[in-house]
Design a binder for this molecule. Structure first.
Ligand code: HEM
Length: 397
C-alpha cells in the first residue's frame, strides 16, 4: 500500500479528515516506514490502548522520541502506581475550586485584550489575542510574573518541537537550561521561605512543593518536570482550541448564526471543535510486549500513536462526523477523545474549557460582523493541529 499517511505532510495538516477516514477504514494499524512508528486510529482501539497501562506504557514519554525512563519524570511520562501517587498530589494543588477562583481574573484579562483590539477593526486572532491567554493563566497559576509570558512562549515552541523529535538538540539544551534556571529559582525562593518557617504564597508551585499524600511529597526535580509539561501541554493547545473554534464558525455561517443567536451554545461549539479537529492529532504509548493488532505485528518497545483526532471522526461512534455541528447530541459529544482518556486524561481540561468559553464569548459578543480577513495559516505539521495566523475583521461603530 502506498504510504498515504505522513504526519509531516502539509496536505495532511491542511485537511486531515480524509486521511483519518482512510486510516480507520483501510489501515487501522499503520506503520510509518519513514518515521518508524505505528498509528492506531479506530475509536475502540485507541481507548483500549489508553485503558491498558500495563501493556501500553508512558515511561518513554508521549512523543516520538524515546524519553529517559530513569529521569525524575512527572505525570505524563510515568505509569501507575507512581502515576496515581503523583496525580493525587497534583489534584490537591490543582483543585476545581482554585481553577474557578481564577475566573474573574481571566475574564478581566481577556476583556482588556478585546478592549484594546475593538477600535482597530481587524486583528490576527492567534498572535494578537488567543496566544496570550493561556500564558497569562499559567503564569498567574504558577505565581510568576505574567510579563514573562512571552519568554515562556518561545520556550514552549521549542519544547513542543522536542515532543516530536524535530528540535535542534542544541536549542533544546539551551531552552531547558533557561527554563531550568528560571523555575529552579522560583522553587528555591519558596523552599527558603519554608525553611525559614515563613508563609508561602498560595500558588501552584508552592502547592506542588507542599502537597502530601501518605506522608510523601513531590521531589523538587519532579515539580520542575511538571511545570515544564504544564507550559507545553496547557498553552499551545488552548490557543488552538480558541482559534480552531472561531475558524470553524467562520467556515460554517449557519453554525455561526446559531451561536450568535444563542451564546449559550458557546461551550458546545468549543467541545464540538475539540471533536471535529482535536488540537492534538495523537500521542504515543510504548508496548511492554510484542502485540498483534488487526494482523499487524508490533514488536515490543515500539512507539505507537493513539490518534485521538482520528478516533473523533470514527463513523462507528459519531453520526455524520465530518459535519461541524454545534447542536450535536451531548451524549456523542461526551465521547470525544481530544483531551485523551483514562489514566492520563487531561488534568487541565476544566481550565481549558473555561478559558475557551471566556475567550470565545468576548470575541463573538463584542466584535460585530466577525469575518475572515485573508488567508488563515496552519501551524507547521507536528502532533498539533491549529493556526499560526488567523486574520479576522469586524465592524467598528
Ligand atoms: C485545549 C487544550 C488542551 C488539550 C487539547 C489537551 C490535551 C491533552 C491530552 C490529549 C492529554 C493526554 C496525554 C496522554 O494521554 O499521554 C493531556 C494531558 C494533560 N494535560 Fe492537557 N490539554 C489541554 C489543556 C491543558 C491545560 C490548560 C493544562 C494545564 C494548565 C493541561 C494539563 C495537562 C496535564 C497535567 C496532563 C497529564 C495528565 C496525566 O498524565 O495524568 N492541559 N492533555
Amino acid at each position: 500500500m502506498d504510504d498515504f499517511f505522513d504526519i509531516k505532510d502539509r496536505d495532511f495538516q491542511e485537511n486531515p479528515h480524509p486521511v483519518y477516514k482512510r486510516l480507520i477504514a483501510e489501515c487501522p494499524v499503520h506503520k510509518s516506514e519513514r518515521y518508524g512508528f505505528y498509528s492506531v486510529s479506530r475509536y475502540q482501539d485507541v481507548k483500549e490502548i489508553l485503558r491498558d497501562t500495563a501493556m501500553w506504557s508512558s515511561k518513554f514519554g508521549p512523543g516520538t522520541a524515546y524519553a529517559d525512563p530513569n529521569a525524575p519524570n512527572a505525570l505524563v511520562n510515568v505509569d501507575p502506581p507512581e502515576h496515581d501517587f503523583q496525580l493525587k498530589l497534583v489534584n490537591k494543588a490543582f483543585t476545581r475550586q482554585s481553577i474557578n477562583a481564577m475566573e474573574p481574573d481571566i475574564a478581566g484579562y481577556v476583556k482588556q485584550l478585546v478592549d484594546g483590539l475593538r477600535p482597530k477593526g481587524r486583528a490576527d486572532l492567534m498572535r494578537d489575542f488567543a496566544m496570550h491567554i493561556p500564558l497569562f493563566v499559567i503564569s498567574r497559576m504558577l505565581g510568576v510574573n505574567p510579563d514573562d509570558g512571552l519568554m515562556f512562549r518561545g520556550w514552549v515552541e521549542e519544547l513542543t518541537m522536542g515532543v516530536f523529535g524535530d528540535a535542534d538538540p542544541a536549542v533544546i539544551q539551551r531552552v531547558q537550561g533557561e527554563f531550568g534556571a528560571y523555575f529552579t529559582n522560583e522553587v528555591q525562593k519558596r523552599q527558603k521561605v519554608l525553611e525559614a518557617g515563613g508563609s508561602l504564597p498560595d500558588d501552584l508551585i508552592a502547592r506542588l512543593l507542599t502537597a502530601e499524600v501518605d506522608g510523601k511529597t513531590l521531589e523538587p526535580a519532579r515539580v520542575l518536570g511538571f511545570i515544564s509539561f504544564l507550559l507545553v501541554a496547557g498553552s499551545g493547545t488552548t490557543t488552538m482550541l480558541v482559534c480552531n473554534t472561531i475558524h470553524h464558525l467562520l467556515d460554517n455561517p449557519d453554525q455561526m448564526a446559531k451561536v450568535l443567536a444563542n451564546p449559550e451554545l458557546i461551550p458546545a461549539a468549543a467541545e464540538e471543535s475539540m471533536r471535529f479537529t482535536a488540537p492534538v492529532h495523537g500521542l504515543f504509548r510504548t508496548n511492554n510486549e510484542d502485540v498483534t493488532l488487526h494482523g499487524v505485528h508490533i514488536p515490543k518497545d515500539s512507539k505507537v500513536m493513539c490518534m485521538f483526532a482520528a478516533a473523533n471522526v470514527d463513523e462507528a461512534q459519531f453520526s455524520n462526523p465530518d459535519k461541524f455541528d454545534v447542536e450535536r447530541d451531548v451524549n456523542e459529544l461526551r465521547k470525544q477523545l481530544g483531551f485523551g482518556w483514562g489514566t492520563h486524561i487531561c488534568t487541565g481540561a476544566p481550565l481549558a474549557r473555561m478559558e475557551a468559553r471566556i475567550a470565545l464569548t468576548e470575541i463573538l459578543t463584542r466584535l460585530p460582523n466577525l469575518r475572515a480577513d485573508g488567508q488563515a495559516v496552519q501551524t507547521a505539521p507536528s502532533v498539533l493541529y491549529g493556526f499560526d495566523h488567523l486574520p479576522v475583521a469586524w465592524d467598528v461603530d
